[in-house]
Design a protein around this ligand. Structure first.
Ligand SMILES: Cc1cc2nc3c(=O)[nH]c(=O)nc-3n(C[C@H](O)[C@H](O)[C@H](O)COP(=O)(O)OP(=O)(O)OC[C@H]3O[C@@H](n4cnc5c(N)ncnc54)[C@H](O)[C@@H]3O)c2cc1C
Length: 491
């Protein structure tokens, strides 16, 4: 049901005219995140500037019976901020300030729309930084990172976003605002902040975040190895960790990915290698040479053909550039591709990769891989011709088979991108009905009306009422479709 002019005027009175978007052309730009397969434009976009304004929007939406879907930068890869059932897209982008930094106690309060990288850039003169570093960090917001519990290359050593959030201020569905957790490292009450973190906007709207800060490591060493087999690269990863060395990052790119990146950037990468393994260690300068040497020895034992150690910051940035350009390289060659986000135990990496190639090949499709090898977090990409319905369907089925393989191998269906719309059907394959019912009850304790991001995460569950009220049924699909024409400024 379209919103009445009176209802829109009420919202403008709350947020000011520039805080409300209702023109179809503007709504069109909010109809998806980076998973462009599923597009639904919201009825209205609200752009609050404060916790009080978020609360006012929640009450306004409640009065008009509208669902509310929080949105950060829209870089999510699971359809999390897509307004599947219409209603309000609540964009937190105008709340993008660092509110307070405590240099002594090493925390900062920030607004949710702050871009991840901007925080570390602002902290750099003080020798501090925010550790979670999703590859989208130039664009994605702290609120989005908190709500998806984002990971990133350096989360192997430092942990995911959850490990770097001390507290959150949130607005609930009924417009109340509350702070969960806080500046102290531990509190005796139930850890409700941890329920909100990773709940993908289904429990509350995050309006401020107390983040833990770390001192910038004294020294960093970055190495690149190339292997004749992906298995040898994977064995090197397992061996390094088994020896008690925890690098800051361990990332693998397979031959397919290396070829595409090299064709694009001409960095001198060895395109005949079956896999490149990038390993970074950081910490006190005195501790690094021994780690570099031991890692080199392990890689040699697993038949690494060569090792390159970055001489300075410029060379380190170059080595990372190859890794971080992988998504863009896929976009240049295929008219469509699915990106998945599954996890397998590290010891199963080699077998998992062989299975992925086989599954894609069986349907005549190409698959590439670039992934956080240290924590077994795979990002298989299945390439397809976007003009071919058949290929698209095949790629979708391969993606489901890959996620099933992750479950079978003792892993899980999302390492960091979240469930959103994309992996919702797979939740019932990973969890039993009882588990899902408990999750639903936890969610309902926060949002009994199921008005916040309805229909996401739990299969066939919460929010369907709103969907029917708006005459739209939540879609059931899987896989993340990327098309070059839908690309943003990806790194
Ligand atoms: C090229 C590329 C690389 C990526 N690399 C990584 C990676 O290395 N690691 C990783 O984890 N992810 C990665 N992602 C996925 C994505 O960037 C992350 O999930 C990121 O955390 C999303 O942030 P965002 O600001 O774009 O949030 P959005 O996409 O806008 O929203 C994500 C979810 O959070 C909810 N949400 C957003 N803000 C709030 C809020 N203030 N309160 C409540 N709910 C909210 C939304 O409703 C939605 O469910 C990558 C994506 C791309 C395109």
């Amino acid at each position: 049901m379209p919103l009445t002019a009176d209802a829109l005027d009420e919202l403008r009175a709350l947020l000011g005219p520039e805080g409300v978007l209702s023109e179809p052309a503007a709504l069109f730009t909010y109809d998806a995140d980076a998973m462009t397969l599923e597009r639904v434009a919201p009825d209205v976009v609200a752009l609050p500037r404060s916790t009080d304004e978020v609360a006012a929007v929640m009450l306004w939406a409640r009065a008009h019976g509208l669902p509310v879907t929080p949105r950060g930068a829209g870089t999510g890869l699971a359809g999390g901020c897509t307004c599947e059932t219409g209603g309000v897209s609540l964009s937190l982008n105008r709340m993008d300030r660092v509110l307070r930094v405590d240099h002594e106690r090493l925390f900062a309060w920030v607004q949710p729309g702050l871009v991840n990288l901007w925080l570390s850039q602002q902290l750099a003169p003080a020798g501090l930084y925010f550790a979670p570093d999703p590859a989208s960090q130039q664009v994605s917001t702290i609120g989005g990172n908190v709500s998806t519990n984002a990971g990133g290359p350096h989360c192997l050593k430092y942990g995911v976003t959850l490990n770097h959030v001390l507290g959150v201020t949130v607005v609930l569905e009924d417009g109340t605002s509350v702070t969960l957790g806080g500046e102290a490292c531990d509190a005796p009450d139930f850890d409700l902040a941890s329920v909100v973190i990773g709940s993908e906007g289904t429990t509350a709207v995050v309006t401020a975040v107390c983040v833990r800060l770390l001192p910038v490591p004294e020294d960093v060493q970055t190495m690149l190895f190339d292997f004749e087999s992906v298995e040898d690269a994977c064995h090197t990863v397992s061996r390094v960790i088994a020896e008690g060395i925890v690098p800051a990052a361990m990332e693998i790119m397979d031959r397919h990915t290396v070829g595409l990146v090299e064709a694009w950037l001409q960095m001198g990468l060895p395109t005949d290698a079956a896999a490149l393994l990038l390993i970074e260690v950081d910490g006190p300068a005195v501790s690094l040479p021994a780690q570099v040497e031991r890692i080199g020895a392990i890689a040699r034992e697993w038949r690494a053909r060569s090792r390159r150690v970055a001489k300075d910051a410029a060379e380190r940035a170059l080595l990372w550039k190859g890794r971080k350009s992988a998504f863009g390289a896929y976009g240049r060659t295929a008219s469509g591709f699915y990106i998945m986000d599954g996890v397998v135990p590290r010891t199963k990496l080699a077998e998992a990769l062989a299975t992925i190639y086989r599954l894609a090949e069986a349907r005549g499709l190409e698959a590439g891989n670039v992934f956080h090898a240290g924590d077994g977090n795979l990002h298989p990409h299945v390439l397809f011709d976007a003009k071919s319905e058949r290929q698209q369907q095949d790629a979708l089925e391969v993606s489901h088979e890959i996620l099933r393989m992750c479950i079978r191998f003792g892993g899980t269906i999302s390492g960091e991108h979240g469930v959103g719309i994309e992996k919702r059907p797979m939740m019932a394959e990973l969890f039993g009905a009882d588990d899902l019912a408990v999750m639903e009850r936890v969610r309902a304790a926060f949002d009994p009306a199921r008005r916040l991001n309805p229909g996401k995460i739990l299969p066939g569950g919460a929010g369907c009422g709103e969907a029917h009220a708006h005459g739209r049924a939540p879609a059931q699909l899987g896989g993340t479709a990327f098309r070059p024409d839908a690309e943003g400024p990806w790194i």
